[in-house]
Design a protein around this ligand. Sequence first.
Ligand code: GLN
Length: 486
Amino acid sequence: MVDKLYELTIHEAHKLLKQREISSVELTKAVLERIEKVENKIRACVTITEDVALKQAQEVDNYIHGGNIAPLTGIPTLIKDVICTKGIRTTCSSRMLENFVPPYDATVTEKLKAQKAVVVGKTNMDEFAMGSSTEHSAFFPTRNPWDLTCVPGGSSGGSAAAVAANEAIYALGSDTGGSIRQPAGFCNVVGLKPTYGRVSRFGLVAFASSLDQIGPITKDVTDCALVINAIAGYDPKDSTTVPYAVPDYTLNLIPDLKGMRIGIPKEYFVEGMQDEVRITLVAAINKLHELGAELDWEASLPHTKYALAAYYIIAPSEASANLARYDGVKYGFSEQSASNVVEAVEKTRQFGFGSEVKRRIMLGTYALSAGYYDAYYLKAQKVRTLIKQEFEQAFQRYDALVTPTSPTVAFKLGEKLQNPIQMYLSDVCTLPINIAGIPAISVPAGFAQELPVGMQIIGKPFDEATILRIAFAYEQASGKRRKPPL
Ligand code: GLN
């Protein structure tokens, strides 16, 4: 009998469930007890759905009679609170949606349910996914399991911290500029942002629609492949999904990198990068060479330096349009003290949104307004095209690119809260990937100052298989997963 069931990965738990050595109820109870034990320190969850979870687990146990079960059947998961879950509150960590209970499931939620996954709750995040530390949650900040005085990253900080602290076997996050990869890097877990169009965004509360993607946050690369297998694919409800067949991503998990050409773009070793992070990462990248990959340390993507500026025009512009719907009329928070409609809408938005969200709405509204449109939005779109083309050219020479996930390790709570530009800078290495719409994974690559360092592996459009393979080979070679001191 395995003690500490909550420490299992998906593939380990699946094996035990399939052989009926454990039941889904046992596993779910172990995870719920773990939440109970560590949640007051971590605060990763906005909602815990104990009753729903135990009911789903019981149904699974009634239905497993040995034999074939899907890889996620009976396995407890946490879902970022920006993804709709029918009958379960979906807040986006905002006052605006504090009491919003969606009448439908997101497509990804449906897909997990189709495999009979067990949903144990919803995770904390930066309000409407705007942020890099989870401190912009309207409810409470989440803490990093490796050091409770540090942030877990964001905006999917709740999902990453929860998986690192074993509060779920895996979780879903969303990534608009780095929100899966950056917290995965900060918390020593695996996070994948799929190609734009690979995973349906139906039922994902929109932040910046041309950038948003949903993806897995997992304990290891094999689990990541299993979750992306489950959630990828064409969806008639999301016209941006692409009707390509979904391969079985576990089939490409090969522990060597023979014949692989990998570029390391020098622009990603940015000014302000911590020395220890650089040293740790260089060692990790050299390991890829030992595994058989051919490395080019002279790779270059010169337009990278414009990505941050372009992102902070494009993302707020789209956000300003997407968030126009929160007017207090149809759903969500509604300020009742107003004497007329205009005042009601104004007050609803004044009290319903936090300061970072308002900052983005103002930035976006400004950038889109007549007279400024060409100078900002149009210019940013042109930069976007250049960045995309530069990646296309790079991928004629390389099978993948490798960079740091972030220039620093997790920072202290409060450290960047008063300085939005510093906060924005923590995504310099991740947001160019969303601008180009390509896939990237962050995989644990060692420690600096006793805190985790993430390695980002970037792939060609719809070539998640290759970056998963590189991440897998590295993971196998880098030894046992370290546990956070909890
Ligand atoms: N930190 C970035 C932002 O604040 C990215 C957020 C995200 O990926 N959702 O916009």
